[in-house]
Design a protein around this ligand. Sequence first.
Ligand code: GLN
Length: 476
Amino acid sequence: MNVAGLTIDAARSAIEQRVTSALTLAEEHYARIEKEDGQIGAYLTLCRDRALAQADRIDRLAAEGKPLPPLAGVPVAIKDVMSTRGVRTTAGSKMLERYIPPYDCTAVGRLEAAGAVVLGKTNCDEFAMGSSNENSAYHPVHNPRDLSRVPGGSSGGSAASVAADLAVAALGSDTGGSIRQPASFCGVVGLMPTYGRVSRYGLIAFASSLDHIGPLTKTVKDAATVLWTIAGRDPMDSTSADVAVPDYVPELEKPIRGLKLGVAKEYFGDGLNDEVRHAVEAAIDKLEKLGCEIVPISLPHTPYAIPTYYLIATAEASSNLARYDGVRYSLRAHGVKTLSEMYRRTRDEGFGAEVKRRIMLGTYALSAGYYDAYYLKAQKVRALLARDFDEAFRKVDAIVTPTSPTAAFRLGEKSNDPLSMYLADIYTVTADLAGIPGISLPCGETKEKLPIGLQILGKHFDESTILRLAHTYEQS
Ligand code: GLN
């Protein structure tokens, strides 16, 4: 079976109708990974035994003519920040090079319960810190659309695996844009759900108040299917919300005519690449032709989003990453004489440069005497950013923006300039700070044939509306 462009529905129905088997489909994906992934670098670990056992289970159900679950036999990839029982989980770090979790992340468990076949774990920036995947302690990921370019980050391996047909769908995590930005760089769909919509249980923490798990897929419908599978209250995560999960797929077909779409001038200012601007403006025109009403809005605190994000994210990271002390998890420095030397040497050997930079920034922001001036102040600005969205959503149903100010840049182009890398997160960090959902979907290409992403932001727990808009746009 040709796996190029293969979607969830196509894979599932091919298995249901016995045109192929889940086992064959998994093997076909592994064969492609064997052939292609040497130059892309999307995967860090493959879990063939686990995948084939699951595929076999599905094939037996199909052979018995039993009803198949919604993701029956669908080959998926999981960002290596999600724990997988018995399968190495590194978070892209040397610190966890030999870490084998004793339990599954809830989102992964729910995918498998719905029949998905987990092929392996995908490469990412170390502890999900980065926008280019160049901070992986193992190797970079190359953008399948142009191997000299980055796939985006930090879920670069997940985005590349879907774009290169090395998986039908993938899970990523988004703390400041890490699902949506790599989706836009690789030309796939990436959905960040509302904070609390999907359990974070088993997600290796970066910044707990900002971390979200969500899908990267080839189509909007596939994103709806995956979200429906993984969403909903989980007793293992007290921040997971007890809010009903609608059946997103039938909702996709409802009309979008009459919906009000906000366009914020703050998202179209300096620094936005012209080709990206034109593609996004053309997409907005198209949505208008499809019957939406375009409403100019203002999100006045947007200029403060980057400093606010990089204070809160680093502060929470410095606290979360304190657990890697050489006592627990995998790495421990050898030949140390005292406890404090073990802590220091383990952390020095286990963490890469970007992670160390963030721990230092975050520890500084949280330290006595500076807490009020930095962390507390950032929390206040975060509330203002959230209020901007609340006010906008009184007038509009969704907000359309570019996902990233540029298309994929070259490997090495920004890696020595962390500040310019941070500034490129301007259009994505705001939604994480406000806790609202956002989707990125392809809306065109640059002259060099690099994908451009359109971002649609929605109200809290209203993933249905942004999925419906995205689906209607994609189908037109
Ligand atoms: N690029 C952002 C950062 O480096 C976002 C990371 C993320 O969403 N995990 O922090």
